[in-house]
Design a protein around this ligand. Structure first.
Ligand SMILES: Nc1ncnc2c1ncn2[C@@H]1O[C@H](COP(=O)(O)OP(=O)(O)O)[C@@H](O)[C@H]1O
Ligand SMILES: [Mg+2]
Length: 653
């Protein structure tokens, strides 16, 4: 079999016929989730202005608490159910005592029935309340998870290029997946678990002392001993668990990397080395898991020893008391059942402690994420860009560097008006893409300014700035949706006619005709079903559909053949006749299309002017042109000369 793996997803919409009306209404309460983004508060939340260095603070808990507030009804209901379930769970030893001490000796049949009915009722009640409590906690957890995830995701949508370069995607995915799970699943159960623990401990101790203080007293020293054992083991257990998580995390990163690079691995023919590396990682995982298992076994042996000592104390000393006539047989049996339940809440206490640690660690990681401020954001007082029939754009003494001390753009100055086509040429790595990225504010300039209609782009709201630019990168990203949806994403509500004319201008129509399902063809993950050139044409159509005043193509036609490129660029030039059109290309043949050619070298604009001016100047551009011309085929020349009408290769000589 080859191709896409089937996805084992089943959705069960309905509850089974067995569930009670109460469970059904609880279900509705638990699983009603908002489906509309505007219902989540994250969009209009105030944000901190500076990046926090101490990622832990009192506001962590407060932040979480604020998000929990909406679910207080469900939480209270859950807590009430927990209290009832815990109380009911302590009833049966008492029933046992009554049975042994009074019902059986008196041969009282009706009471025997009552004991059985009582035990059954207590059991059913306990299970029901416990289930409802679990459902409530689970519901709070899921609702909270949804809230946190969407809030963090919207926050991540504000982060800029540098953030995504500095942070591995896997790391972010883990925060949104695992850390949110830890907080929501373990955190929301914290209060009910604590309540259950305290309630059981207090009730058990009280009942034991009421049954026989003589027998209860010798058990007391065992409690701190038990706590001590758990406490001593906490460190090793924690370390072993951390090690497993660390190793497993690394292993999943490695696996993601290898699977993502599989085609490259095959081409390099290094499958064996890679498999060996993968195996070494697996061996590490197994070692870590085994260490954890052994530590857990040692721990459970020692704690069982303490619990068993308690049990034996009861049997020995309790038996002695029974023989002395100071305790009834029923009392002894009840006592013995309570001993086991006495240590249970203590285990819970330690477990809750460890859980609190995990939750705090996860919360810290979320805090680190949610308090990062985007590198680029609206300045205070930023205003939307006024729509204007005539746009003008200028770069004024712009400097920028990706890394301190390594200038990428130096002192770039440039003026462009609507209707102008500007062509950027220059060696690769000279900073052409960076100039476009700065205009879109993927980064902010270090010095100088970029101005749109006379306003510094940092004083224009990001939303309206980006809403005025269609930028098409060399490697466009498409989504795993249909071709139509990929285009509609750029302009929801576009008419068929608009779609068709954008597709026509981008020379996409023959691609659509070839696709078996035409416009409804699903493009596969990242548009992988299409070739590089086809993806570029889809991206161009998407940009054209937006009809924005500025169109920036960053080597956006590089994967097209010369003929198609010429056709597309010709169409785009006509389309953009009243717009600003910036074209970065290393294929010089189309340069005569432009009103202005800008030559970029080592981050500096070294020449600019029209194609013919620059040729007359006989400088850098003229040299590049001569070099390119030697490598251009006659067919390409022909194509471009028809399109650039009047400024053809021939005319350039
Ligand atoms: N995200 C980045 N981080 C650090 N350096 C970068 C980054 N992107 C590009 N550069 C560097 O900036 C310089 C200009 O890159 P770029 O603008 O992409 O050049 P061009 O588009 O002209 O080929 C190159 O030296 C490149 O290595
Ligand atoms: Mg580039």
């Amino acid at each position: 079999m080859h191709g896409k793996l089937p996805e084992a997803v089943e959705t069960s919409q309905q509850l089974s016929a067995w569930s009670s009306p109460f469970t059904r209404s609880l279900f509705t309460l638990v699983f009603s989730v908002p489906e509309n983004l505007s219902q989540t508060p994250s969009h209009n939340e105030e944000k901190q202005q500076t990046m926090r260095t101490d990622n832990e603070g009192p506001s962590d808990g407060k932040w979480l608490f604020q998000r929990l507030r909406g679910f207080w009804k469900l939480q209270l209901l859950g807590i009430a159910c927990v209290a009832l379930a815990s109380t009911l769970s302590l009833l049966d030893p008492l029933l046992m005592k009554w049975l042994i001490d009074s019902v059986l000796p008196n041969k009282n049949l009706p009471y025997l029935g009552l004991v059985v009915a009582g035990a059954l009722g207590a059991y059913i009640g306990r299970v029901l309340f416990q289930n409802w409590a679990t459902l409530c906690t689970f519901g709070v957890g899921q609702k909270l998870a949804l809230k946190l995830r969407i809030e963090l995701f919207v926050h991540l949508e504000r982060m800029t290029a540098r953030f995504y370069k500095d942070n591995a995607i896997v790391n972010l995915v883990q925060r949104l997946d695992r850390d949110v799970d830890v907080i929501c699943e373990q955190g929301t159960d914290l209060v009910p678990a604590l309540l259950r623990m305290v309630l059981v401990l207090v009730l058990v101790i009280l009942t034991m002392f009421t049954l026989s203080w003589r027998l209860a007293a010798p058990l007391l020293p065992l409690l701190p001993l038990f706590l001590l054992v758990r406490y001593r083991f906490r460190g090793p257990l924690q370390r072993a668990a951390d090690e497993v998580r660390e190793v497993a995390g690394q292993q999943s990163n490695v696996l993601t990397e290898f699977l993502g690079a599989m085609v490259q691995i095959q081409l390099l023919r290094c499958e064996r080395q890679i498999a060996r590396r993968y195996m070494r990682g697996l061996a590490n995982t197994i070692r870590a898991v085994s260490r954890r298992r052994v530590t857990e076994m040692e721990f459970s042996f020692v704690s069982m020893l303490v619990v068993t000592t308690g049990g034996m104390t009861i049997l020995g000393y309790g038996g002695f008391l029974v023989i002395q006539g100071l305790l009834t047989v029923g009392g002894l049996v009840a006592f013995y059942s309570y001993v086991l339940r006495l240590f249970e809440p203590l285990s819970t206490a330690i477990e809750l402690f460890a859980r609190l640690h995990r939750i705090r660690a996860s919360l810290r990681r979320l805090t680190a994420l949610r308090t990062v401020e985007p590198e680029v954001k609206d300045l205070a007082g930023a205003v939307p860009l006024e729509p204007n029939p005539r746009y003008h754009l200028s770069y004024q003494n712009v400097s920028f560097s990706y890394e301190a001390g390594l200038p990428t753009i130096e002192d770039a100055t440039l003026w462009v008006r609507s209707g102008e086509v500007v062509f950027f040429v220059g060696p690769s790595g000279s900073g052409k893409s960076t100039l476009v990225r700065l205009l879109c504010r993927l980064h902010d300039v270090a010095n100088g300014s970029i101005n749109l209609n006379g306003a510094d782009i940092r004083r224009i709201t990001l939303a309206s700035l980006r809403g005025s630019i269609s930028a098409v990168p060399q490697e466009p990203v498409l989504f795993a949706a249909s071709l139509r949806d990929n285009l509609l994403l750029a302009r929801p509500g576009a008419t068929e006619e608009q779609l068709f004319s954008a597709a026509k201008a981008a020379c996409l129509r023959d691609v659509i005709e070839r696709l078996p399902r035409g416009w409804d063809e699903v493009l596969g993950p990242l548009g992988s079903r299409l070739s590089g050139g086809e993806r570029q044409r889809v991206a161009l159509a998407r940009a054209l559909l937006q009809e924005r005043p500025i169109l920036a193509l960053d080597e956006a036609t590089s994967a097209l053949d010369a003929q198609t490129e010429a056709r597309v660029l010709g169409n785009i030039r006509d389309y953009a006749s009243d717009r600003i059109l910036l074209i970065v290309s290393h294929r010089l043949a189309s340069a005569p299309l432009a009103d202005r050619v800008v030559v970029v070298e080592q981050g500096r604009i070294v020449e600019q002017g029209s194609h013919s001016e620059l040729l007359r100047k006989d400088g850098r551009y003229a040299a590049l042109w001569k070099h390119a011309k030697q490598r251009t085929t006659d067919a390409e020349r022909e194509v471009f000369s028809t399109i650039t009408a009047g400024q053809s290769w021939a005319a350039a000589d």
